[in-house]
Design a protein around this ligand. Structure first.
Ligand code: COA
Length: 352
């Protein structure tokens, strides 16, 4: 059992992981329960790199999406579409599923990047072998060189979002896996679940809130007004953590450093004031999505893409849980408690 307010990946405290290891090492850890040695890390990194391209048919579809579509709708559809191009789609063996897991971890950021490129009428950018995974993701998304600070910031963001126990989207993936359905279906279920504003979609709402508050002086009355109206402040509160979310302090310091570098300190200060106001009034703390929104914004990611960056990181946790669920082979089928009446008589339609 975890101590309250702490997060562990395979027994490693997240506080010791951040800044110590790469995202590729975390992928290996989640899939194998052990940190890789040098040879294993090289293998995992190469396997991920080799899967960062998309079938031509997927790229063509990305070019013809509706201009009103949200990136999470596109991701949900294209992950499902990817299943069609799996040459061994009927093979549900552990080795085939482990290959599929790497494929999905690599291809989800590729879908997000290519979709962003084609939506902004730019050509897709191929990954470079000399770049790490997070660096390649940002490079493919933006099409320009990624500096050291941006690289480490995205890498840490991705590590902090990689897994989080039995959260709603992971649970959705596990329910699908428990029927022995294929991995593409499991991850499609998870994407649809992450999209909601009470889960991963919260960070997009955080940015909307920040844009509605014009100045630092306006923060307190705006937030108090929302709370008086019984509105929820997005990026605050958590079903599990009743103390500070352990990911939040890392994201806060990443946001602070990047905002300073990019001359965006006013946004960071606004966030600190919101945090103070909500804590004093409601006794609740920021969750992962609050400062993640600021980090994404400072990295120049358009708001509508925030949740798809979350998905591009959480897929590592999703596939690890799916592999575990397959090995457990237990159908998840809760019962529900019906609270309506029994023994009802059918009334003829003309009398209803
Ligand atoms: N803003 C304002 N008040 C909030 C709040 C928020 N974001 N989150 C919880 N609360 C308040 C509730 O109003 C309630 O107050 P009350 O006891 O005075 O009525 C109390 O905190 C407990 O809320 P509850 O709904 O029981 O918590 P929960 O565990 O069911 O909710 C969330 C968890 C995540 C759904 C909830 O905190 C929320 O909606 N947060 C905003 C969305 C978000 O950021 N989601 C990302 C989660 S990682």
């Amino acid at each position: 059992m975890h101590p309250p307010g702490a997060l562990y990946y395979s027994g490693y405290n997240i506080d010791n992981i951040v800044g110590q290891v790469t995202y590729e090492e975390i992928v290996h850890l989640l899939l194998h329960n052990e940190l890789p040695n040098k040879r294993e890390l090289d293998e995992t990194s190469l396997a991920l790199f080799s899967e960062m391209t998309l079938p031509d048919q997927v790229i063509e579809r990305l070019k013809s999406t509706s201009p009103y579509s949200h990136p999470m709708e596109i991701l949900r559809t294209e992950v499902s579409h990817l299943g069609e191009f799996d040459p061994k789609s009927n093979d549900n063996s552990n080795s085939a599923n482990r290959r599929r897991a790497i494929r999905l971890i690599a291809k989800i950021p590729a879908i997000v990047s290519v979709f962003h490129r084609v939506r902004t009428k730019k050509a897709p950018v191929a990954p470079k072998k000399e770049f790490g995974f997070a660096e390649n993701f940002l490079y493919m998304f933006r099409g320009k060189k990624v500096d050291q600070k941006e690289r480490t910031t995205l890498e840490r963001y991705m590590i902090l979002h990689a897994d989080h126990g039995l959260n709603a989207s992971t649970f959705a993936a596990r329910v699908t896996a428990s029927t022995n359905s294929d991995m593409y279906s499991c991850i499609t279920s998870a994407i649809g679940t992450l999209k909601g504003p009470l889960h991963g979609g919260a960070s997009e709402q955080v940015m909307k809130l920040l844009s509605e508050i014009n100045s630092l002086d306006g923060v307190e009355s705006y937030i108090q007004g929302m709370l008086d109206d019984k509105q929820r402040i997005m990026g605050f509160g958590h079903r599990v953590y009743k103390t500070e979310d352990p990911r939040s302090k890392h994201l806060r310091s990443l946001a602070k450093a990047l905002c300073k570098e990019k001359g965006m300190e006013s946004i960071y200060k606004k966030c600190r004031k919101i945090e103070d106001t909500v804590r004093k009034r409601k006794g609740i703390f920021p969750n992962v999505d609050f400062y993640a929104a600021v980090v994404m914004n400072a990295l120049g990611i358009p708001i509508e893409f925030f949740t798809s960056f979350f998905a591009s990181s959480r897929v590592a946790g999703w596939v690890a849980h799916v592999l575990e669920q397959y090995s457990d082979a237990v159908l998840i089928r809760p019962t529900s408690k019906y609270v309506g009446g029994f023994k009802r008589k059918i009334v003829p339609i003309e009398n209803r």
